[in-house]
Design a protein around this ligand. Structure first.
Ligand code: ATP
Length: 365
């Protein structure tokens, strides 16, 4: 569970569309002060789950409890839940102010309340001075802020966001990621954020639920999802990893010795595996260290160490990817700063990483 008292709880939520199990028995508790992301590839069930929480879709099974009340059969407008969508959905013929207060008008709020809430929203979302403009007179970021203001205007107990930054350019997206997290921390209401973008989820969330085929593969604090992925799917979806396919040579408590195409590696593992079983060891690019020949780190025992050749350097600005050909004929990628590495393409190099780094799973066919 997340931070603070429970604000939303889902119990055994399932939804089918014909043969497709879009959501398959999801249980979830979201804390009052929590930013939770639903992260997963296209078709994993994120939007369906969000729509069930909002009341736009009825589950086949399970209950939705908001603020202690079972709202499973309540229509969306009774749930006090705000929503923000990818394509903003602003009314083109209404001004910014009219767009923002639209939900209050639907609730027949008083004029005083509309004015008071509008002032609050314009202030929070830095939209002062823009209230008389029309959506087509705004930048993408401003339009998204209007859409956020509209989602927040009627004091929702929970805000749902469905890929709200997908249509913005990279720089603006990075700026909005930080802002949206700040709004959530200021307002102290839970935000549930749907995305297939791991960077967004890692930047903003307290916890991340990684979805696949309608179920949660892992739900955990963001750092844990990144550093201790529970499954091979999560490990390949979050972060940039090398996948090393090998065979178990020895299995001891929490550790395996594996044969990776003729090279022996010691790797961490939580499963009990037998000799000869096929495994997939995943090590993040940034965990693979590159050293010029003859400059290996001193602690011989605690590292996996391999010889290879640096084939290419892919420069990415702050970091670079080093494409390596290991002497067993396999490729590995290391990433790091060019400044810290005095190697060139064509050099013979040593490659190493701590024996505690990476994750290893039984390789399922
Ligand atoms: P995306 O990131 O592409 O939006 P998603 O993770 O949000 O994907 P959903 O939109 O929830 O996934 O879809 C989950 C599954 O349910 C998909 O296989 C999708 O084709 C199916 N699905 C969703 N809505 C409907 C519908 N109204 N009718 C039939 N099938 C649907």
């Amino acid at each position: 569970m997340g931070e603070g008292p429970v604000s939303l709880s889902l119990r055994g939520i399932s939804k089918r569309f014909g043969q497709v199990k879009a959501v398959d028995g999801i249980d979830l508790s979201v804390g009052q002060d929590e930013f939770l992301s639903l992260l997963g590839p296209s078709g994993s069930g994120k939007t369906t789950l969000l729509r069930i929480i909002a009341g736009l879709e009825l589950p086949d099974r399970g209950t939705v409890v908001v603020g202690g009340q079972d709202v499973t059969r309540q229509p969306p407008y009774r749930r006090k839940i705000g929503m923000v969508f990818q394509n903003f959905l602003l009314f083109p013929h209404k001004t910014v102010a009219e767009n923002i207060i639209f939900p209050l008008r639907m609730q027949r709020a008083s004029r005083e309340e509309c004015v008071e809430r509008l002032g609050w929203a314009l202030n929070l979302l830095k939209l002062k001075g823009l209230e008389a403009r029309y959506p087509n007179q705004l930048s993408g970021g401003q339009q998204q802020r209007v859409s956020l203001a509209r989602g927040l205007i009627s004091r929702p107990t929970l805000l749902l966001l469905d890929e709200p930054l997908a249509n913005l350019d990279r720089e603006l997206r990075a700026e909005m990621e930080v802002e949206i997290r700040r709004y959530q921390k200021e307002l102290r209401i839970p935000f549930i954020y749907v995305t297939h973008n791991q960077e967004e989820a890692l930047t903003m969330s307290d916890r991340i639920a990684v979805m696949r085929n309608g179920v949660f593969e892992q739900i955990a604090p963001r750092v844990e999802v990144y550093q201790k992925p529970a499954t091979a799917f999560v490990a390949s979806f979050v972060g940039q990893s090398n996948h090393l396919l090998g065979k178990v040579m020895q299995c001891a408590a929490g550790q395996l010795v594996i044969d990776w195409k003729g090279r022996e590696l010691t790797v961490p593992c939580n499963e009990t595996l037998g000799a000869g079983e096929a495994v997939r060891f995943m090590i993040k690019h940034e965990d693979v260290q590159l050293r010029a020949m003859g400059r290996a780190s001193r602690d011989q025992a605690a590292f996996n160490r391999l010889k290879g050749k640096l084939r290419d350097i892919i420069f990415k600005g702050q970091t670079a990817n080093f494409i390596l050909e290991i002497d067993n004929g396999c490729e590995l990628i290391a990433s790091g700063s060019l400044r810290d590495t005095d190697v060139r393409a064509g050099d013979s190099v040593l490659v190493e990483w701590p024996q505690t780094a990476g994750v290893c799973f039984r390789d399922k066919p």
